[in-house]
Design a protein around this ligand. Structure first.
Ligand SMILES: Nc1ncnc2c1ncn2[C@@H]1O[C@H](COP(=O)(O)OP(=O)(O)O)[C@@H](O)[C@H]1O
Ligand SMILES: [Mg+2]
Length: 328
């Protein structure tokens, strides 16, 4: 698990310039992922998760989007300053991305086999047609789809099966890093658990590092080594999975944990976090979570707290020490 550092993001800032004003989507995000490691990135809708994933691959559309600051080192090279040729290598080879909606990511007029074969062919130009097909069948089996479905079209597959095909395509080039943006959100709960199990098995087998994005802290609990919690475009807490679950230190993380049914032993305690994320075109000058926070005092609205180390790589962006205290 303690592989070399594969990805390192430093101070990434991304904005969208819209008719309604500037959307401050990412406001100085730093994080890293080691080889073979899974980082869970968790936050509410609008927190900046997809913007971060797309930013890593320079897939932010300009306009309206704009990367205004930061560095994204992949194996020591800054993706944001790479030549188009190098970027092409990273996108097609080294980093794959799975998007949230399985319906829009597959080509409806190609069989699933053709779509997997296409990726394998691009990355292995010495292979024969038969070898490519064999590899495609092996990849399908790996994601739990039987070989006899290889010539079927995407519409013949259920949502969960489509998402398996998408993961097979993403992994067919044997990437070092998989960016999985809410890969199970569109699926119902049982199917979601099966797909997560499969992802877990695959990343171990293939030793692929992963950023697993979810709005649900419960989902990442099954899969991740480390967790980063994002709120209004900033990481508010990050650390080992165990530290985040057993000893959360940011009131927002505590709120997220309290709102997961499976983790809340006493269902009477189950409570959603009150209020909404601040308007990203008009962020407050202090802690953006303060208006929703049970622990907030006037000091909290003075400045955005720094991300500070509370030991063992557990970083927290809060001026309070809420350890051991109950909310309300
Ligand atoms: N193309 C876009 N144009 C304008 N605003 C955008 C665009 N994409 C995302 N945003 C805004 O950026 C913020 C972060 O969005 P996003 O990264 O999609 O969050 P998440 O994936 O966590 O739900 C949100 O306020 C969202 O409305
Ligand atoms: Mg998203």
């Amino acid at each position: 698990m303690n592989g070399k550092e594969l990805l390192k993001i430093e101070d990434l800032e991304i904005r969208y310039e819209t008719d309604d004003g500037i959307v401050y989507a990412l406001n100085g995000v730093s994080l890293h992922v080691n080889e073979g490691e899974t980082l869970g990135l968790v936050g509410e809708t609008g927190a900046g998760k997809t913007t971060l994933a797309k930013g890593i691959l320079r897939l932010i559309q300009t306009p309206p989007g704009k990367i205004v600051n930061g560095k994204v080192y992949f194996e020591g090279k800054n993706v944001l300053a790479m030549s188009d040729h190098d970027l092409h290598q990273v996108r097609g080879n080294a980093i794959s991305m799975v998007f949230q909606d399985p319906m829009t990511s597959l080509n409806p007029v190609m069989t699933v086999g053709e779509q997997i074969e296409e990726v394998i062919a691009v990355h292995n130009n010495s292979l024969s047609k038969e070898e490519i097909r064999e590899r495609a069948i092996a990849m399908l089996k790996r994601v739990g789809i039987s070989a006899d479905r290889i010539d079927e079209y995407p519409h013949q597959f259920s949502g969960g099966m489509k998402q398996r095909v998408i993961i097979a395509i993403a992994l067919a080039c044997n990437p070092k890093l998989l960016l999985a943006d809410e890969p199970t959100t569109a699926l119902d709960v049982t199917i979601q658990a099966q797909v997560l199990d499969m992802i877990n098995k695959l990343k171990t087998e293939m030793n692929t590092a992963m950023i697993l994005i979810s709005h649900d802290l419960g989902v990442v609990a099954q899969t991740c080594d480390r967790v980063a919690i994002i709120y209004a475009g900033r990481i508010v807490e990050t650390g080992n999975l165990r530290d985040i679950y057993k000893n959360p230190k940011h009131p927002y993380t505590v709120g997220l944990l309290d709102s997961i049914p499976s983790l809340t032993r006493d269902t009477k305690r189950l409570k959603p976090i009150k209020g909404l994320m601040p308007d990203p075109t008009n962020l407050p000058s202090g802690c953006p979570f303060a208006p929703r926070c049970n622990y907030a005092s006037s000091a909290c609205s003075e400045a955005v707290p720094e991300l500070t180390d509370r030991g063992n790589g557990h970083l927290v962006r809060c001026i309070k020490d809420i350890s051991g205290k109950e909310g309300q």
